[in-house]
Design a protein around this ligand. Structure first.
Ligand SMILES: O=C(O)[C@H](O)[C@@H](O)[C@H](O)[C@H](O)CO
Length: 412
């Protein structure tokens, strides 16, 4: 028998003055029309995909179940279990209040960032699925309606030899020709063989030239058929990032992502403003508060929130609205299963400034088997018109690929 996380003591959560439960707020009026629904239970199952995805299910007394997903990694299942008592008995239609309720309740445990926000995000996505099913509308409708029927997807690509420009260009061509994508991303923080020290963030001239040769090989090969972005995973110093971005200005780079570490927005702003190469940042900052300075100080050209990590679907919508004040497009970072990928696509449909949603699992042949519906086709996600997210978990596939020691959700 493991720890019962619902019983962890937290004086902050118990005595907090700002209390947003239905009971304290006096949200008790009958709504009618099948909308008087109560949450009865929340469960998670972790699936061993190319990342360990946390799938979330919220059960109700109406027999309707909502499915969501939190960004991958350890800790989210425990935190979701921890938060379940704050949700039981609540009406799942109050998505905004319930999310704010959890943020407030978990503030002592750290709800401004990290896995607490990720866990809340997974619940928030499941609430959208649930609310859509209760109201019999697709989730995008809850976010304000549609700008587009289909959302563009970009494919994160890998090769056997990521440091070899020809191998990268061959793979880019294969993904465009055989898999039908017209938008790609490759890693640029690959060792070139010219490094003297892998820790100090400094790029030597031959390293920059090696990166330029990868960018040149790929963009020359597929540039007329696809947009290509390049990811640096928070690796370089401000000075090195500036030199790299300047060197890449002559190529048709869709964007250069995370060239510097995510914490210091002053450095980020300087890098972005020093170059015409578009700079994208965002997957490592949490909630709208985390993204605010990046936008207000024009430290990004494109913002890349990860929906099931940053706070969920409404939070991503709010970030997109903030971005739009600065005319900044949104390219949603995404390494999720089909559940959160589809949820991100609903957000992409509902915001004006959607550029694309990432797909990070093209090497995992059972990714699409996890749900009954088709999700990505020819590099696009068509937004379903069925209630909620419009994806149905294939529980046999979930069971087959569960992380060892995990239990499958209850059917109903
Ligand atoms: O932009 C991306 O696709 C990401 O940076 C991934 O490459 C990371 O590996 C992942 O997000 C780590 O969790």
């Amino acid at each position: 028998m493991g720890v019962d996380y619902t019983r962890l003591h937290d004086p902050n959560a118990e005595y907090t003055m700002r209390e947003l439960s239905a009971e304290t707020m006096g949200v008790t009026r009958e709504r009618g029309g099948g909308r008087d629904v109560e949450i009865t239970d929340i469960q998670t199952t972790m699936v061993d995909g190319n990342f360990p995805w946390t799938l979330v299910r919220i059960y109700t007394d109406a027999g309707i179940v909502g499915t969501g997903e939190a960004y991958w990694g350890a800790g989210a299942p425990e935190l979701i279990e921890r938060m379940a008592p704050f949700l039981r008995g609540e009406n799942p239609l109050d998505i905004d209040r319930l999310t704010e309720h959890l943020v407030q309740k978990m503030s002592g445990e750290g709800s401004i960032g990290g896995v607490t926000v990720t866990a809340i995000s997974g619940i928030e996505v499941a609430l959208h699925d649930l609310a859509g099913k209760i109201l019999e509308v697709p989730a995008y409708q809850l976010l304000g309606g549609k700008y587009r029927d289909e959302v563009r997807v970009y494919c994160d690509c890998h090769t056997e030899d990521e440091a070899d420009p020809i191998s990268c260009a061959d793979e880019a061509e294969r993904v465009v020709e055989e898999l039908g994508y017209d938008a790609l991303k490759f890693d640029l923080d690959v060792p070139s063989g010219h490094e003297k020290d892998r820790a100090n963030r400094h790029l030597r001239k031959p390293e920059i030239e090696h990166k330029a040769s990868i960018v040149e090989a790929i963009t020359e090969r597929v540039g007329s058929r696809a947009d290509v972005a390049f990811d640096c995973h928070w690796t370089f110093s401000g000075g090195s990032a500036k030199r790299l971005a300047k060197r890449l200005e002559e190529y048709d780079v869709w964007w250069l992502e995370d060239p510097v570490p995510p914490e210091n927005h002053d450095v980020q702003r300087e890098v972005t403003q020093s170059t015409t190469t578009p700079i994208t940042v965002g997957e490592n900052v949490y909630r709208k508060h985390g993204q605010r300075r990046l936008l207000e100080e024009q430290a990004v050209d494109i913002i890349a929130p990860d929906m099931p990590k940053v706070g969920g679907m409404r939070e991503t919508r709010k970030i997109a609205d903030l971005a739009d004040l600065y005319y900044v497009p949104v390219a949603m970072h995404n390494v999720a299963s089909p559940v959160a990928t589809m949820a991100s696509a609903h957000v992409g449909a509902a915001i004006s400034n959607s550029l694309a949603v990432e797909y990070h699992s093209y090497e995992l042949e059972w990714w699409s088997d996890l749900v009954e519906e088709d999700v990505i086709e020819d590099g696009y996600i068509e937004i379903p018109e069925t209630p909620g997210l419009g994806v149905t978990l294939d529980l046999d596939t979930v069971e087959e690929h569960m992380v060892e020691g995990e239990e499958l959700f209850d059917e109903m």
